[in-house]
Design a protein around this ligand. Sequence first.
Ligand code: ARG
Length: 462
Amino acid sequence: MSETQKSWEHRLGKPTDSLAIDFVESLSFDKRLYKYDIVGSIAHAEMLCEKKLITKEEFKQIKESLIEISHQIAEGKFKFDKTYEDIHMVIEAALISKIGDAGRKLHTGRSRNDQVTTDMRLWMRDEIEIIQTKIALLQKAFVKLAEKYVNEIMPAYTHLQRAQPVSVAAYLLSFVEQLNRDSLRLKNCRVLLNLSPLGSGAIAGSTLPLDRKQTCSLLGFSDITYNTIDSVSDRDFCAEFIFDCCLISAHLSKLAEDWIIFSTTEFDFIRIDDAFCTSSSMMPQKRNPDMLELIRAKTGAIYGSLMAILTILKAQPSGYNRDLQEDKRHVFNASDTVEACIDMACAIVENTTFNTAKISSGLDKGFLDATAMAEYLVKKGMPFRTAHGIVGSLVAQCEKEGKTLANISIEQFKKYCELIDNDVYQYLGSKNVAASYATAAGATPAQMAEQVNYWKKQLAER
Ligand code: ARG
């Protein structure tokens, strides 16, 4: 057998058709797994040596050559030959051409089926850490901005209609909470995937006395998997990981949408630094929030990957099927895209200012104090539903007269409700209302200052 020949060429009567070579290969997208493939192979070889299936000398040769191959790949000096289909085969072929028979022993008791899922789990453990670090940086950027604007008040919206006044920090910290759950979700994903499938072989394990617990501990997994059929076909962790990326991107798309709206001339709530805007090839006045629009749009590609993986997994017969090779395209697409979006969001958050003067100047519009006024009447002993009705009538009247609630004289108030006293004015106006939420986590500057401190402490460790 020539060194470059695939061992199964004895079984198949013909070499693979060139169209089929291009169609079946995954090397073009799985070569990024090379480090994990090599680490997994070294652990497998160490175990083979321990079990006396290879000699110490063979293990040494395998290990040293695999490390050499790893350096060659890192330095761009490795020739990736797609006729070997994937990263597993191409590395093994290189090993065999370096050390001959010792290299031919590496795949003892192993299949690409348990190898590839081991590689993916190792890769994903690292990837989760990278995404979590990026999430923490974005959270820190939000907290920093929140701290700057803790005493500034802005409208909070429901149905994109003015609702109640809040500290600007309350708005910004809402993203810190969302991102925190995103990070925890990834942490949970890691717990579930951190099991070693290595030694499951093609589908049923091996008749050789492999020590699965040894490779498990060498690779830092928390335990081995306990069903070989499930081990080679389980891609739950891939679907779950992509789902986690989807929710991150859902949260970022919400930020993008908010800030695209906030940066319009109509709102003019924020100014995104010029370095993160683009202009128009025709209209000279334009400052467009293209980065945010792209964050919003890329959500579609990440959701697409989730739909793809779920569809790939649907109704596959038990065991390994080549369908599973396609998992990687979608996992990598989701992770690459979400990473780029988090980085971009972070840079934008770090380079955006709130136009607090503009925001303050409009706080009297939209009756942001109406709910607080109804609660004022509740404090005077009125049932909430009755109070809600009275304030509703007052708002309707104000709207006709072009007034705010705080503009209404005490005499006029009394015509609507005898319970209203002069003290009502200290409960009206957005600034007064925003300072007076009495519930835990209410959106007051004081409570948000506490939240800012809480998050600063939490995030300092990340
Ligand atoms: N490149 C393949 C994948 O990503 C490796 C496993 C191939 N296994 C097989 N029995 N053909 O899934």
